[in-house]
Design a protein around this ligand. Structure first.
Ligand SMILES: C[S@@+](CC[C@H](N)C(=O)[O-])C[C@H]1O[C@@H](n2cnc3c(N)ncnc32)[C@H](O)[C@@H]1O
Length: 289
């Protein structure tokens, strides 16, 4: 008899181990995401929502729809299994380092071109690339000549990229929003509280410095030219060791020799490539050859 998970016999849709295994294989194939065994219930809850939206009556019907290569449902499946937790100025020491050390050093080296390119490689709903942009704008305030700096922000999940592009957030999500210094990067976007607008939008000038794209890190990368800074934080934890290593090696190829790579606080290069050396807490540069 098929193994219906006993602890959830009264489920809305029957969910067997084989269903989870098929979805797991699909997540790996489509996004490089390794779903650990303990994610079985989480996957059930998330995929159930798709079943209801599509008015399907079983996981078998869903698998028949999503499994064929090139199925239009695959991107929706990816959107529902990604974990998009993020925050403005998350892991604050990265932004301090970017402002105080990386940007001044890169600006000295890039005087001839006055051009800097930064990539937020798993940008989720945008808080990370906008935090980078605010940091860049602050770092640029003391220079008298305009610099050509841009932030490319990409993610595999088309829903989060669409949200990120709006640049609209709850004011209460923005640390320090009560200060005039932080408020100047945002404009009111609706709602009222005792302390000001409930919703705010990243200001137009800053938004012009960002480009958003849907991009699977395991597919071809469209950008030409080297990246001066790459933020790839809190995403490789979902990948296999081999995929992590391959990804870091690709970053090494696309990075300027004096560029910086920022990874998440719970991530490590130790089991990955040997092409980088640490220059700060979860901050790396290419090893000089
Ligand atoms: C936990 S969020 C991290 C967001 C942000 N970097 C931060 O640290 O706050 C992980 C993001 O990685 C994205 N992601 C997962 N697999 C991906 C892949 N293969 N290619 C690109 N993005 C991916 C998810 O969609 C999700 O938005």
């Amino acid at each position: 008899m098929a193994a219906v998970l006993p602890e959830r016999a009264g489920r809305e849709f029957p969910y067997e181990k084989r269903h989870f295994e098929s979805l797991r294989a699909l997540a790996r194939e489509e996004a490089g995401i390794e779903l650990a065994e303990h994610k079985r219930e989480l996957v059930y809850g998330r995929v159930c929502r798709r079943l209801r939206e599509l008015r399907l009556d079983s996981f078998d019907a869903y698998l028949a729809l999503v499994t064929p290569k090139g199925s239009a449902e695959r991107p929706n499946f990816v959107n529902c299994i990604t974990t998009n937790v993020t925050a403005f100025f998350r892991e604050g020491h990265h932004f301090t380092f970017l402002h105080d050390e990386a940007v001044p050093r890169l600006m000295k080296a890039r005087q001839p071109t006055r051009r800097l390119r930064i990539w937020s490689a798993a940008c989720s709903t945008g808080q990370e690339p906008y935090s980078i942009a605010i940091t860049m704008a602050r770092a640029m305030e003391s220079v008298s000549y305009p610099w050509d700096w841009k932030v490319l922000a990409t993610d595999i999940d088309s829903n989060v990229v669409a949200r990120a592009q709006t640049g609209v957030y709850g004011a209460n999500e923005i640390p320090g929003y009560e200060t005039a210094e932080m408020r100047r990067w945002f404009q009111p976007a609706g709602g009222e509280t005792n302390n000001g607008p409930a919703r705010v939008q990243v200001n137009d000038a800053l938004r012009k410095a960002l480009y958003f794209r849907v991009l699977n890190l395991f597919h071809q990368w469209p950008m030409q030219g080297q990246m001066d800074v790459i933020f790839c934080r809190n995403v490789v934890i979902y990948f296999s060791k081999e995929d992590r290593r391959a990804l870091f090696d690709r970053f090494a190829q696309i990075m300027a020799p004096d560029g910086y790579l920022f990874i998440g606080h719970s991530e490590s290069m130790l089991d990955g490539t040997d092409q980088f050396e640490p220059v700060g807490r979860t901050i790396y540069r290419l090893k000089s050859s």
